[in-house]
Ligand binder design. Structure first.
Ligand code: NAG
Ligand code: NAG
Ligand code: NAG
Ligand code: NAG
Ligand code: NAG
Ligand code: NAG
Length: 597
């Protein structure tokens, strides 16, 4: 086990801490960026009348215990495998120490903030909405309007401080130093092209697997293709065994129900016959416009494939409010845009979240402040402990950012030293997420944009020790020295098809690609596996990775061709066994269902 939440391990138990009056004690720097993330520069002073919604994380002193429970219930060899924790048990394990609660309350009260404090069910997150001038006084900092070279604006600071009395009782406060560039992982090389109608073509056989796959699947991927390639033809899940699947939506990406119907008519006739649709859940005011002109390519791709593969499993689409972009001259009234924490707090407060949830949006790990990445990752662990599987796209730039122009590639560290380094995607780099890379064609090969590599932040979890060491041993001595962290959490964990997915958007068919397609597709197969387990009276799979790297490893098609170039290199090679392009490989549902039920 390794500590995920370092601040939580501070000796809070030394209980006789005295709290000097918060007003008159010195501030100490809590977090400071060596430099603003690449591309951002100060544009102007922050507007005086700007309001900011600050989220304050209190330390979770027992997180390590939660993590031990998580590994116990997720290890197929453990006697407690599958005995997931309840919402209340998880909340108890992440609750802050009462001294932290008191100290922070006292600090807020000393600034006149006593009411209108939002509190998460576990009490580990507080939310306040205050004028920027007040935030600057409380955090002894100065906010500015920052502009990105591509035109985005944010109100942020590069450092903030806290008085000694609360310093150890606060793990982080955002938005301060989070210059997130959270974006959909719809590949930039996707070239959305309109297509007329699904072609029929003769079936082809793959001698190695014995699978029969329509030849058209080489150029157009449908639900039928995925079921053929991943050996799930004819498997029918139930709507009535307590199963569920969810898709997250951000950034004003809306899933359209009429498009879903059209997709079902095209690819899932049984779902079309009953007008199957998803349940909509608004997070933090996220909206659900059904105007066809607002249908999102990403949201439609994710919902159509995840829900189409798992029909009739009950499905949910979460729309998390996409903050309007901050426009300096128009004085956008609030500025939040740190969506993981909002979504996590919401979904953790739900008594029965979907049993598998897929996310196709990501940030560069180095643009997410370390404290925030650790805390969001700790939130993903809480869902895992409750029996929820989380899948996430591994990224669409290979080991880099997908930019072919060396002059503008972002393969450079943010810490002020400007070292060249492979890029890493978050949340894929969190060890409690199942990161899904990309393949193409049949027989399958790695797709060149498949994000893969090694976290600079999270150490390698023991569940992937053997697999990753085996891969590192295949690298010639000195390969890419300094460009990646060989001791980091390695990703992706698995992969799936990722180009030419036939999707309906705004009433028309398009081909869309990216690891954005792989993650919801993989989640669809997890829902089918959960179906088989639930029918057998067993609990959901929950946090998958310890199972994937052990008992279930032989249920994957090993992908051994292709590589993921980036940052001026050829990237890593897909190899026999786990590799940093396709992970363990693509699912063979027929084999997996025997291994996991
Ligand atoms: C799919 O495309 C690949 C690469 O072009 C080719 O090698 C393979 O034979 C094709 N498969 C079929 C069944 O046409
Ligand atoms: C599905 O929706 C269509 C159009 O809205 C309607 O004509 C049809 O009766 C519906 N079918 C079912 C089974 O509800
Ligand atoms: C749909 O949205 C577009 C663009 O915002 C708008 O022009 C159109 O009037 C809307 N249509 C309906 C039926 O609301
Ligand atoms: C790193 O790059 C930034 C932006 O190009 C530049 O301002 C800074 O001086 C560089 N730092 C070093 C140590 O080279
Ligand atoms: C790689 O380098 C290490 C230490 O320099 C050495 O012990 C090892 O034998 C080398 N391996 C190969 C395959 O050259
Ligand atoms: C990838 O494979 C090619 C061809 O075998 C080899 O030349 C290259 O060194 C390999 N790269 C890495 C990073 O393993």
């Amino acid at each position: 086990m390794w500590p995920i939440s370092l601040v939580a391990l501070l000796p809070l138990a030394a209980s006789a801490l005295a709290f000097p009056s918060p007003g008159n004690c010195e501030h100490k720097v809590k977090e400071e960026l060596g430099a603003p993330p690449r591309g951002w520069a100060i544009h102007s002073p922050a507007p005086a009348d700007h309001f900011i919604q600050l989220r304050i994380a209190l330390p979770q002193p027992n997180f390590r215990v939660l993590e031990e429970h998580l590994y116990a219930v997720s290890d197929p060899e453990h006697e407690r495998y599958g005995q997931h924790l309840s919402k209340e048990e998880v909340e108890e394990l992440v609750a802050p120490h009462s001294e932290s609660v008191d100290a922070v309350n006292e600090w807020l009260a000393s600034h006149g903030i006593q009411e209108d404090i939002g509190r998460s069910p576990a009490g580990d997150w507080l939310t306040i909405r205050i004028p920027l001038s007040k935030a600057e006084e409380m955090l002894n900092t100065k906010y500015h309007v920052w502009q990105h070279t591509d035109g985005d604006y944010l109100v942020r600071t590069t450092s903030y401080s806290l008085p000694a009395a609360v310093y150890d009782h606060v793990e982080l406060i955002q938005p301060t130093t989070l210059f997130g560039r959270f974006k959909p992982q719809k590949s930039s090389i996707k070239s959305i092209s309109k297509v007329q109608s699904a072609q029929n073509s003769p079936a082809i056989g793959d001698m190695a697997t014995g699978a029969t796959v329509d030849a058209s699947c080489n150029t157009t991927v449908t639900i039928t293709c995925l079921r053929q390639i991943y050996n799930a033809v004819g498997y029918t899940p139930s709507a009535h065994v307590g199963n569920s699947i969810g898709i997250t939506g951000y950034l004003e990406e809306y899933a359209n129900r009429a498009d879903l119907q059209q997709f079902y008519v095209d690819q899932v006739p049984a779902a079309a016959a009953v007008n199957s649709t998803f349940k909509f859940i608004s997070v933090n005011g996220g909206i659900d416009p059904q105007n066809l002109s607002l249908a999102g390519g990403e949201a439609n791709l994710d919902t159509q494939f995840a829900f189409g593969l798992s029909f009739p499993v009950p499905s949910t689409f979460y729309s998390t409010a996409g903050e309007p972009p901050f426009i300096p001259d128009e004085g956008t009234p609030t500025d939040t845009n740190e969506p993981y924490a909002q979504w996590l707090e919401f979904v953790l407060s739900h008594p029965s979240p979907p049993l598998v949830i897929s996310t196709s949006y990501a940030d560069g790990e180095q643009t997410v402040p370390e404290s925030y990445a650790r805390r969001a990752c700790a939130g993903f662990a809480q869902l895992g402990a409750r029996g929820v599987t989380l899948t996430s796209s591994s990224g669409d730039g290979g080991v880099g950012d997908g930019d072919p122009d060396p002059a503008t590639q972002e393969c450079i560290t943010n810490d002020g030293t400007n070292r060249t380094q492979f890029l890493v995607g978050f949340p894929a780099s969190c060890p409690f997420i199942t990161a899904v890379g990309g393949t193409e064609l049949f027989p399958e090969t790695a797709v060149a944009f498949s994000g893969g590599g090694f976290s600079q932040l999270f150490p390698r979890p023991s569940y992937q020790d053997a697999a990753v060491k085996g891969f590192l041993d295949t690298l010639p001595n000195g390969t890419y020295a300094g460009l990646f962290n060989p001791n980091g959490r390695a990703f992706p964990d698995v992969s799936a098809q990722s180009v030419n997915f036939r999707v309906f958007v705004g009433g028309e068919a398009f081909l869309i690609g990216g690891t954005s397609a792989s993650a919801p597709a993989f989640a669809g197969f997890v829902a089918l596996l959960n179906d088989a387990r639930l029918k057998a009276g067993k609990p959901s799979l929950g946090f998958l990775n310890p199972l994937l790297y052990s008992k279930a490893a032989s249920g994957f098609n090993d992908i051994t061709t292709g590589n993921n170039p980036g940052c001026g290199t050829q990237g890593f090679n897909a190899t026999k066994g786990w590799d940093a392009v396709t992970g363990l490989g693509t699912p063979d549902f027929g084999k997996l269902v025997k291994l996991v039920v």
